[in-house]
Write a protein that binds this ligand. Sequence first.
Ligand code: FPP
Length: 227
Amino acid sequence: MQKLSPPPAHVAIIMDGNGRWAAAKKLPREEGHRKGAQVVEAVTKAAQNAGVKYLTLYAFSTENWRRSPAEIAALMRLLSQTLDKYRAQKDNNVRLIVSGRRRKLGKAVLAKLDNVINATAKNKGLTLNLALNYGGRQEIVDAANKLLTLGKTKIAEADISKNLYNNLPAPDLIIRTSGEQRLSNFLLWQAAYSELYFTPVLWPDFDEDAFTAALKDYARRQRRFGK
Ligand code: FPP
């Protein structure tokens, strides 16, 4: 793929539209998620090839627990299968990290996550940050509570930033698929100056070309950071 200069260092994606993709094909919702999981792998590779350093994917929100037990189980199964693949591909230079509240994720999933996180910790290529049981408001609350336990009585912006789930640079570009135009509790603190890109493409149809189109759109943006 052609290298765009400069690529966004951190791309974050709200992967939306799996259910609608499946419904349009008269398939069960799970099939949309299954195709969506394949797209996760393809987009991770595309991001790595494009020179992106951090890719944050909204894989499961704190609100997603409101879905049916069957759908939640299907999503966790897909996550588990994807982690098995990441474990097998641990030498592809992708480092896995996670953002979100660990409790509530099952013990088996947590064990697999930790296994892949440890196995890929030294990889220096792309950092893949999976947002799992993630909520932006909860992340800010968790950071504030951590600061309280540290004995802080006055909080500065930098204190919050440093105590988020991961101390990554803020996302340069946030992509949301499927035509919805909102953040849905995603990276609320970090999104202050992010460029937003909305596409009607449903996540299971989001391919390397669609990803490249988003990067090209970003390359045309003028970032002023309030100046
Ligand atoms: C939104 O589609 C997508 C999700 C709820 C989560 C994303 C999950 C995946 C891409 C699959 C597994 C992920 C990994 C990391 C292996 P939706 O169900 O809200 O779609 P709809 O709005 O059309 O109903």
